[in-house]
Design a protein around this ligand. Structure first.
Ligand SMILES: [Zn+2]
Length: 365
């Protein structure tokens, strides 16, 4: 990579157009290419057929990155302006405020298929995130299921986010697109409309996952979840499997970095048997997917399937963290005895006002 980067000045001689582009932008393109090659090489080692690199003309570059420390946004009469070397001062609208203690390190400018341009900032925070507590007091286990989005040990169940209206709209626009003549003006207009629907769906789903993960990272000292890399996605029907699995992964990765930011323990546990095992006595019973209740033949413990799994996840997580702590977190003693009537609606309403506000529309039974 260093070689290629050092050849950039020569390449500029060879191709005039390159000189119009800010040098740091070209460097990040080289870095990106190098990273991609690295990833491909890894895949090839693992036996994947990776094909060949193709020439991509400049007009197909949808995004570029400015990487430099210490550039700042200007404020001109209430308008935020992003100054980009060799390009322009671009007025932008901030979707969320950049914290005062953050230093801008990078900005990526991207053109979405909708035709809109977005700037994404990479920032560095001046302060270190807080250390997770030695003795976590508020602990929670979360089971990520299919019928309900999450089910936790405090009885909070949050249903999968209802985006059916948005999906219907997308399908409608896609049908319209299929009737347009490819390449016509109307086709292009309709293609944008479809892209807008996609973007809307993506934004709403992500927003929901952000709020849900924020809630757990802020509310608790320890959050235990299943390690999805071990679990694999075998429980869901194949058509929805990819979507569900992608959403869970996004949720967990958001949760992980938010926990780090908030000083909350994040533990991913081995998921083997969390559904079958009784959270109260530990006896395993076979439980097909359609059995939604856990009813232990050995000790009589009865609870929702997801809640039982969540308790097992929490005790495994607490054990994992407890080994590195002077005292185990209080888990075993907290097992509920009266959770036989957990309703998603009721528990979310009884939950924190912020979560209620944010996910009230997301609850479905
Ligand atoms: Zn039992």
């Amino acid at each position: 990579m260093t070689t290629l980067r050092s050849e950039l000045p020569d390449l500029k001689e060879w191709w005039d157009g390159l000189s119009d582009v800010y040098s740091k932008v070209l460097q990040t393109v080289v870095e990106r290419l190098f990273d991609n090659l690295n990833e491909l090489a890894k895949l090839k080692e693992n036996g994947y057929d990776i094909g060949q690199l193709k020439w991509k003309p400049p007009r197909e570059f949808r995004s570029f990155t400015y990487s430099q420390s210490g550039f700042e946004l200007d404020k001109k009469g209430g308008q935020t302006v992003l100054p980009l070397s060799k390009l322009a001062n671009i007025p932008i609208r901030l979707h969320r405020a950049i914290p005062d203690e953050a230093t801008l390190k990078q900005v990526t400018i991207k053109k979405e298929p909708t035709g809109e341009w977005f700037a994404t900032f990479g920032v560095e925070m001046d302060h270190e995130p807080p250390e997770p507590p030695e003795k976590p007091e508020k602990c929670v286990g979360i089971d990520v299921g299919i019928l309900k989005y999450t089910h936790d040990t405090d009885g909070t169940a949050v249903g999968s986010f209802d985006l059916s209206d948005e999906r219907k709209r997308l399908e409608r626009e896609q049908r319209k697109l299929s009737r347009k003549q490819h390449g016509s003006n109307n086709y292009e207009k309709q293609r944008r409309r479809v892209a807008e629907c996609h973007a809307d769906l993506r934004r709403k789903r992500r927003d929901f996952l952000h709020k849900l993960s924020n809630y757990y990272a802020r509310e608790y000292d320890l959050v235990a979840v299943e390690d999805l890399d071990v679990k694999g996605i075998t429980e869901s029907p194949s058509d929805s499997r990819n979507t569900a699995s992608a959403a869970w992964r996004t949720f967990l990765s958001l949760l992980e970095y938010k926990c780090e930011r908030e000083g909350t323990h994040f533990v991913a546990v081995n998921p083997r048997g969390t559904t079958k095992e009784c959270a109260s006595c530990g006896v395993s019973t076979e439980k097909p997917l359609w059995v939604r209740e856990h009813s232990c033949p050995s000790c009589g413990f009865e609870v929702d399937r997801g809640a039982n799994a969540a308790w097992n996840i929490l005790s495994r997580g607490a054990k994992q963290v407890g080994e590195g702590l002077s005292e185990s977190p209080p888990v075993e003693t907290a097992l509920p005895t009266d959770t036989d009537s957990v309703s998603a609606k009721r528990v979310v309403e009884a939950g924190s006002p912020t979560l209620k506000e944010q996910t009230a529309s997301a609850v479905s039974e």
